[in-house]
Design a protein around this ligand. Sequence first.
Ligand SMILES: Nc1ncnc2c1ncn2[C@@H]1O[C@H](COP(=O)(O)OP(=O)(O)OP(=O)(O)O)[C@@H](O)[C@H]1O
Ligand SMILES: [Mg+2]
Length: 238
Amino acid sequence: MELRMEHLTKKYGEKIALRDFSYTFTPGIYGILGANGAGKSTLMNLITDNVKRNEGQILWNGTDILKLGKGFRALLGYMPQQQGMYNDFSARAFLRYMAEVKEIPKKQAREQIEELLDVVNLKADAHKKVGGFSGGMRQRVLLAQALLGDPQILILDEPTAGLDPKERLRLRQYISDLAQNRIVFLTTHIVSDIESIARDVLLMKNGQLVKHGTPESLIAECNGKDLEDVYMTYLGGS
Ligand SMILES: Nc1ncnc2c1ncn2[C@@H]1O[C@H](COP(=O)(O)OP(=O)(O)OP(=O)(O)O)[C@@H](O)[C@H]1O
Ligand SMILES: [Mg+2]
């Protein structure tokens, strides 16, 4: 299982949102760190083919994902940074709807949805309309949605935004458990979200990958005590 990116570039007009990005991902959690505007969401949107690349390739086990099309998209679970929800739907109904969109068989979907509602700690509120949910509760519904269909590639764009510390910790633990035999992308600017769970950390700045490595190697290399020091060393000026 390998997702390889080669010389990926994305421009918006004159603005280069992602510049010559190359990396090979195999199962594990990848923490993508960077300040606002660093290009994190752009990278995620290129994997999901929500935006068109200008240059480069994304290869899934050697084949370009654009060639694989729907077959590749079926492997993806995506929690976008911003997403509208149908406010009149209950959490459960929203998940059922998303399962239909993903063409998951009904019986399987029903089981998965109950399991996921449990995981994101929303079982008690699952019958309530998401329009009345708090930001953190909405976030958890969106995470559950991304996990439908047991995706091999999971893209979580700032999944912990708006979560309280207790839910953040729960989520971190859960994501860590999920990463067996799955490629997980987790973008954040909160280093503690990924410190203990990321296999590799990718530091991005102005659309470029400026540094990457295991948390331990990065910390050692900058003589720091934690990832916070790594962030400040390589991204502190941004
Ligand atoms: N649809 C768009 N049109 C024009 N410019 C865009 C668009 N999307 C992103 N950009 C620009 O591309 C750059 C990278 O943006 P991106 O959203 O990838 O950053 P990010 O690292 O996800 O930031 P954040 O932490 O704020 O989510 C920014 O300069 C942004 O202004
Ligand atoms: Mg973003």
